[in-house]
Each structure stands twice: as structure tokens, then as C-alpha cells.
Ligand binder design. Structure first.
Ligand code: SF4
Length: 542
């Protein structure tokens, strides 16, 4: 069976980093890990081709070659998903859809033309789909009926189907699911609250495969909470460390974790020794009342500021996500986030307005309260510039304007340089370098450290020209560069690469303001104070 796997296009988001990718000559940040996993789960006797629409178009030759089309994507990709389904159907090809968007909303109008809906986790439903095809079925819907597969037999993803040069980072997955219970989270709906992990051997085999394919850059562990199953993570990390030592530490790692990482020094040390360089934390807000409303209780158990400090002092660069628009939120939430980020110095703080995702506890509650706005811009695809897709407990214009102001303040180019500078001064030297030196003094450094390529030189020249010469940031830029070279030279390269992100944020600041103002202009007038929703949310037990 000649199978064409298509990954739909993403709209521009905070994470799309076009300006940075342009600088480093890459097309996309991360590859479609779900789709290459699907490819590994399908019969290996099938011929397969993968087109990531964020990398290239599907050509006429691709369509002519295909006998079956498989499309998978997230809610944010649904517009392009619908378009690709329609294009395949116009050529008379059978289409199967799956992935997070199809699994959470299988009856969405965007998926109407698809013949097969292969929902939930592929380890269970893909074999059912293959059986159906073999029987000669021409349509079907396959669900896991609440069952969560053991991922210890999931095969190594078909990384060979990817155009590796197009990606800035590669992705692998160790675990699925998270033990926490945040009200807005769809991860626990899709993957459950009992984190299931692969074995250390499986993950090492995936890294080995990437290594043999020639990959030598960063690897992102896409787990929504890498430390959800701490026991198994602590079994993985020694194996990962050993593999890195034996191969001269070819990969740096990044991942997402819950804030309670800060309470486990042993775990942070193990991660740093494996060459984990950054970790994304869902901080959401420094407002304790909002965290309680969102049931993000793990973030209220100790000081968030101290947690960020501890993780940073261990050698992991913190990235963090923040949200405005929680029920009962007090005026000034955006500003309190800016103050928190400024105090902690977190270089990359992603912000968004709260969105209710289908089938989450929050969605159910808001539906019962009659507060969902189904035809909102957000219903067309969740993005950082979408207004809330429900009626909030305070004026939506206040939330949106606080959000715009906060984003503009966080990424004001002078403030950004200052924040990144002070943050990088606090990062200790990378521990893995010492371990590598002790274990294999003769081993070659990884390609990212070996020397400066012409692409790096070109990127550096552009950044220096823009931030150090052309713009008003020039004095701050040169002072910061000199300060870093003098006071923390071990972190100089990383510092410059994070400074380069200013190019993206500068552009994205304008996008945020423009897109939000456009949506606000379409809103009906704010209802009078008395007609607004009560600030007391009614929580629905799940
Ligand atoms: S900690 Fe993160 S992944 Fe876990 S439930 Fe909360 S939002 Fe979801």
C-alpha cells in the first residue's frame, strides 16, 4: 500500500520562530513525531512517504503516487487539515485521520470528508484500521474505548521518513500522561493521569537511530510532564548519561516538567549530567487564587520564585508558560506576570489567554454554565493571540489589553536583553563538559561545539548588525556581550543564541497587538456590570 502521510500546516504562533529559523537556515522547529510513530506502527511492508506541509507542498507527483492518505494534527492545524482532506478526496483517494484534534472532536466539520477516523492512541487503533482495510472496508471509526496502551512495545519512530535538515530540533517521547489534574488540560483527557513510560532501552534505541541517521543537534522530549513518573525517569537517566558519554554527548536535551522538579535535587542533577539544557514549566500565573481555581495545586505548594531559582541554579534554563483570564482573576494579572518574569529573569515566557479545550473538565463546566463561545476566533484554532473562547468573569477587553501590554513589556527589546543577561549570569557552567572530559578526553566535541559554520557566522552577523549597530539597543547589547564574556564565558554561546530570539519577539509583539485588536473590534459592546458572570466558579467534579 503506497501511503502518503501528511502533516498539516501550522499558523504563525509564539513557537513558530520564523525569524530564528530563517537565521539558522531551518524551516521548522520540530518534526511531526506522532506521524513518524504512526508510520512505525503501520505494516512495514507498506511503502510510505511523509510530507510535512510546514516544510514543503504536497506535489502532484505525491498525489499521483499515493493509494492511501493518512493525516494527523492538532486543533491549531485544523484549517489545513480540512484542506488536505478535501484535496485527497478530490483525487478519489481514501483518507484516514487521527491525532489529538480528531481524537478530541471526531465529529468536527473539518473531518467530515475523511473515510477513516483512527482515534486515540495508535498502538490500539491502528491495528484495527489495518484489519478493516484488509477486509475491504471503505470507512470506519476506531476508538480505544478508554483503554490506554502500554508503550513499552511501541516501535522506534520512522525518523528516516523526515527531511532532517529542515528541522531545528528533533523530538522523542518517553512518557504519556500526567498525574496532576489541571482543569484546563487536555493531556490528562487524551493520555490519562497514570503516566506510562517507555523503557530506557527503547529511548536509547531511538537516540541511536537518530545518531545513525546523522542527527547531531538538540532533542526535545515532548512529554507533557517528563517527571510525571519520577521512578521511571530515574531509571532512564543513568542509561541516557551512559549513552551520551559513550557517544561524546552528541545531543542536548530540552523537555517540559511540572514545577515540583525543583523539589528533587537528585533528579535535576541527573538531568544536567545527561545534558538537559532547558526545561519548560507551566507556571501559568503567580496568583495563588487563580492556580487554585484552575486546580493547579502543585504550583501552590512552594514558592514559584524559589522553584525557578533552584532549577536555574542546577544548570537548567527555565522557559515558562503563563495564562491570563482565569475565573475570579483580579485586575492587574498581566502586570503581575511581568513582575514575576522580571524578578526571576526567565528569558522565554510564553503567554496566552485561557482557552477551554474540548472534553476538558473546564470545557464541561463552562458548557454547563452556558459560557462557551463556540463561534469565537479560538474555535477556529487555539493560538496565543486568540481571545478567550468563553465568557470570562471580568471584562474581556480588560483581559485582552492586559495581555497585550504584558507581552509588549516582556519583549521590549532593551528589557529582553537586560533580563537574559542577568539570567545567564546565574547559570552555572555545563556539568556535562567536565564529565565528558573525565570519561573520554580524546572524544570529539559535538558538531554544535566543534566550530562555527558559515550559517552561524551569518546569523551572528545579522544579530550584531540589527541589535548591536542599527537599533537603539546597541549600547545595552555590547555591554551585555562584554559582561557575559568576562563574568560567565562558559555560557557565552548560549547567551548569544537566546539574544538572537529578540528578532522573533520583536516581530511577534506586532502580531499579538494587531491580531487581538482585530478580534476586539468585532466584539459586541461589553454587558453592564450586573449582567456579568459571577466571580465564583462552579466546579464540576471529574
Ligand atoms: S501539570 Fe501540565 S500536563 Fe499535567 S495536568 Fe497540569 S497542565 Fe496538564
Amino acid at each position: 500500500m503506497r501511503t502518503l502521510l501528511i502533516y498539516p500546516e501550522f499558523p504563525k504562533t509564539f513557537w513558530s520562530y520564523e525569524k530564528i529559523l530563517e537565521l539558522i537556515n531551518r524551516k521548522v522547529l520540530l518534526p511531526p513525531l506522532g506521524l513518524v510513530t504512526v508510520a512505525a506502527l503501520l505494516p512495514q511492508s507498506w511503502e510510505m512517504k511523509l510530507v510535512d506541509r510546514n516544510v514543503r507542498e504536497v506535489t502532484a507527483a505525491d498525489w499521483d503516487w499515493a493509494e492511501l492518505v493518512v493525516i494527523s494534527g492538532m486543533i491549531v492545524q485544523k484549517a489545513d487539515m480540512a484542506e488536505q482532506i478535501a484535496r485527497a478526496k478530490a483525487r478519489g483517494l481514501p483518507v484516514a485521520v487521527g491525532g489529538p484534534f480528531a481524537s478530541s472532536t471526531p465529529d468536527a466539520p473539518e473531518l467530515e470528508l475523511a473515510d477513516f477516523k483512527v482515534l486515540d492512541e495508535g498502538e490500539i487503533t491502528l491495528p484495527l484500521f489495518v484489519e478493516a482495510l484488509e477486509r475491504g472496508d471503505t470507512s470506519g471509526r476506531f476508538t480505544a474505548n478508554g483503554e490506554k496502551p502500554d508503550v513499552t512495545s511501541t516501535p522506534v519512530p520512522r525518523f528516516d521518513l523526515l527531511e532532517l535538515d529542515a528541522y531545528s530540533e528533533m523530538s522523542v517521547q518517553f512518557s504519556r500522561g500526567c498525574p496532576f489534574n489541571c482543569e484546563f488540560c487536555d493531556i490528562i483527557v487524551l493520555y490519562g493521569r497514570k503516566p506510562r513510560t517507555k523503557t530506557p532501552e527503547q529511548l536509547v534505541a531511538e537516540l541511536q537511530c537518530l545518531y545513525e541517521l546523522g542527527w547531531r543537534r538538540s532533542v526535545f522530549l515532548v512529554d507533557d510532564n517528563f517527571i510525571g513518573n519520577k521512578r521511571n525517569v530515574k531509571l532512564l537517566l543513568p542509561a541516557l548519561r551512559q549513552w551520551q558519554i559513550e557517544h561524546g554527548y552528541p545531543f542536548s536535551f530540552a523537555t517540559e516538567a511540572s514545577v515540583d522538579l525543583a523539589a528533587d535535587q537528585e533528579l535535576m542533577d541527573q538531568m544536567v549530567e545527561c545534558r538537559f539544557e532547558s526545561v519548560f514549566l507551566g507556571i501559568e500565573t503567580p496568583d495563588a487564587a487563580s492556580l487554585e481555581t484552575a486546580r493547579k495545586l502543585q504550583n501552590t505548594r512552594s514558592s514559584l520564585e524559589e522553584s525557578v531559582e533552584k532549577i536555574t541554579a542546577s544548570g537548567l534554563r527555565v522557559m515558562a508558560g503563563f495564562i491570563v483570564g482565569f475565573d475570579g482573576e483580579q485586575r492587574g494579572a498581566g502586570n503581575r506576570i511581568v513582575e514575576f518574569v522580571t524578578r526571576t529573569g526567565i528569558p522565554h515566557a510564553m503567554m496566552g489567554m485561557l482557552q477551554a479545550l474540548p472534553n476538558t473538565a473546564m470545557w464541561t463546566r463552562l458548557e454547563q454554565e452556558g459560557r462557551l463561545i463556540q463561534d469565537s476566533a479560538a474555535a477556529k484554532g487555539v493560538n496565543q493571540t486568540n481571545l478567550l473562547n468563553f465568557v470570562p468573569t471580568r471584562p474581556i477587553r480588560d483581559i485582552a489589553s492586559e495581555y497585550m501590554e504584558a507581552f509588549a513589556a516582556l519583549y521590549e527589546p532593551h528589557a529582553y536583553i537586560e533580563r537574559v543577561y542577568h539570567y545567564f549570569l546565574k547559570l552555572p557552567p555545563q556539568r556535562y563538559r567536565q564529565i565528558r572530559q573525565e570519561n573520554s578526553p580524546s572524544v570529539q566535541t559535538s558538531s554544535s561545539e566543534r566550530g562555527i559554520s558559515w550559517i552561524d557566522l551569518r546569523a551572528l552577523a545579522i544579530v550584531v548588525w540589527r541589535q548591536g549597530i542599527r537599533r537603539s539597543t546597541r549600547w545595552r547589547f555590547w555591554r551585555a556581550l562584554l559582561g557575559m564574556a568576562l563574568h560567565n564565558p562558559a555560557r557565552f554561546t548560549g547567551f548569544v543564541s537566546i539574544l538572537a530570539h529578540n528578532e522573533h519577539f520583536l516581530e511577534y509583539r506586532g502580531i499579538v497587538r494587531r491580531e487581538i485588536e482585530e478580534q476586539l473590534a468585532l466584539l459586541p459592546p461589553e454587558p453592564p456590570e450586573t449582567a456579568r458572570v459571577t466571580a465564583e466558579p462552579v466546579l464540576v467534579p471529574n
